[in-house]
Design a protein around this ligand. Structure first.
Ligand code: UD1
Length: 422
């Protein structure tokens, strides 16, 4: 298994091109199952999660007609079997997103239950409840959800008791081909959901209100083909922004958009040591403008709040900043696996329930580390870049799930970082 080796202590300076968004590309890929026309997608990042979704689609008779760099042309033919096997769902929870499209188009799907993962129990009750309200019935047998629909899914109104990105996406996809109108209340508002809706609209879906808490979908008989560019990855951009906080320096992030710029500016506003400056509609700079003390209280929230997917990276970026900083994780119950690894580097972190308190230290020190999940991996990379001496990060397959060429991008900005192939 590959490891990442880092010699820390260098400020970051240079330009990084942000890749396409993983969390937008995954549901958009799942939604290719909704049409038998040709779909061309661009800005698809090269990540292992994306390859897992493509493998799953292939097993469902989706053909790749053409692939060049980040552009893929797909055609979804009628599958011989409608199964998402354990081996694929276990690797990547987002495989569960094929449930809505398959039930809507074919009236049946057998999908492995994702089970727990490193960051929490992560149930799928919200996905199943809303599809049940549309007329699907489910049996759970041998670790699989067997879903079936008598004739067609029927539009209905659904008020989510809790905001869920995945359940909102599954339901939107299911509703595009359902009979009648579906209204979703308390829908998640993440930009990746907007991206999915914009793609679906492009291929003929009738969706209104996306980006707000109430989304209305009028079912259509058939979706068409089309071309769509996946949005840039705001979590990747945020990870590099927080790397600058941890390591000092200045990065120019390109390939982004104004919405991501505004979102990051908004969530990073309390961090007065950082300055974000718009360059044009597709790029902005991020600079650590001063050293000083911070006493933050940041709580992770649904969009437009501080994303849980940047919580671990923020934790490491704050390790050497004077003051007492508090982060409260409100989305997942067990997303602090990185804390014990950071402590091994000399970090002073107290964990109290859903909160961590970080007391700034003068120095942290390189160590052998173990990545435990995707965002914990990038958190350890930031810590390694900040640390004195050598850091080795093991289990980097977690990193490859969600960051395209992260070590090459950082290396081009002065970091001493290498992937050692093993
Ligand atoms: C998506 C993102 C993930 C991000 C998360 C929260 C993708 C591929 N993944 O994951 O990177 O961290 O949003 O922003 O887009 N929940 C239930 N029942 C359900 C579904 C969810 O209780 O049926 C709970 C979860 O356990 C969690 C919360 O709802 O506590 C939010 O989860 P959700 O928004 O569904 O996350 P994902 O879609 O899995």
């Amino acid at each position: 298994m590959d490891v990442i080796e880092i010699f820390g202590g260098k400020p970051l300076k240079g330009k990084i091109r942000i890749s396409g968004s993983k969390n937008s590309a995954l549901p958009i890929l799942a939604s290719t199952l909704l049409t038998n026309s040709i779909v061309r997608l661009t800005n698809i990042p090269s990540l292992s999660d994306i390859f897992s979704m493509i493998d799953l689609l292939k097993s469902l008779n989706v053909k790749i007609l053409k692939k060049k760099n980040s552009c893929y042309t797909f055609k979804s033919n009628k599958p011989k079997s409608l199964i998402a096997p354990y081996e694929l769902v276990r690797k990547m929870r987002a495989s569960f997103l094929i449930l809505g499209p398959l039930l809507s188009r074919y009236g049946y799907a057998k999908v492995s239950l994702p089970g727990g993962c490193a960051i929490g129990t992560r149930p799928v009750d919200l996905h199943l409840d809303c599809l049940k309200k549309m007329g699907a019935s489910f049996k759970i047998k041998n670790g699989y959800v067997h879903g079936s629909v008598k004739s067609k899914l029927k539009g209905t109104s659904i008020n989510f008791k809790k905001k869920s990105v995945g359940a909102t996406e599954n339901l939107i996809m299911a509703a595009t081909l359902a009979e009648g109108q579906t209204i979703i209340y308390n829908a998640a508002q993440e930009p990746e959901i907007n991206d999915l809706c914009n793609f679906l609209i492009k291929i003929g879906a009738k969706i209104k209100g996306h980006g707000t808490e109430v989304i209305t979908i009028d079912g259509v008989k058939k979706l068409n083909g089309g071309e769509f560019e996946v949005m840039p990855d705001r979590i990747e951009a945020g990870t590099f922004a927080l790397s600058v906080l941890g390591c000092s320096g200045k990065l120019i992030l390109s390939g982004v958009n104004t919405e991501i710029y505004k979102h990051l500016k908004n969530i990073l506003r309390p961090i007065s040591l950082l300055k974000l400056k718009k360059i044009d509609n597709k790029s902005f700079s991020i600079e650590k403008v001063k050293n000083g003390c911070l006493n933050l209280k940041i709580t992770t929230k649904e969009y437009p709040g501080f994303p849980t997917d940047l919580q671990a990276q923020l934790t490491s970026a704050l390790l050497k900043i004077k003051g007492l900083n508090e982060i409260n994780e409100k989305i997942f119950e067990n997303r602090f696996m990185h804390v014990s690894e950071l402590r091994r580097m000399g970090a002073k972190i107290k964990k109290k329930g859903s909160k961590v308190e970080i007391s700034g230290v003068k120095e942290i020190y390189g160590a052998q580390l173990m990545a435990t999940d995707l965002r914990a991996s990038s958190c350890l990379i930031i810590a390694g870049l900040m640390a004195k001496g050598k850091t080795i990060i093991n289990r980097v397959y977690h990193l490859d799930r969600g960051y395209e060429n992260i070590e090459k991008k950082l290396k081009a900005c002065g970091a001493k970082i290498n992937r050692i192939k093993k």
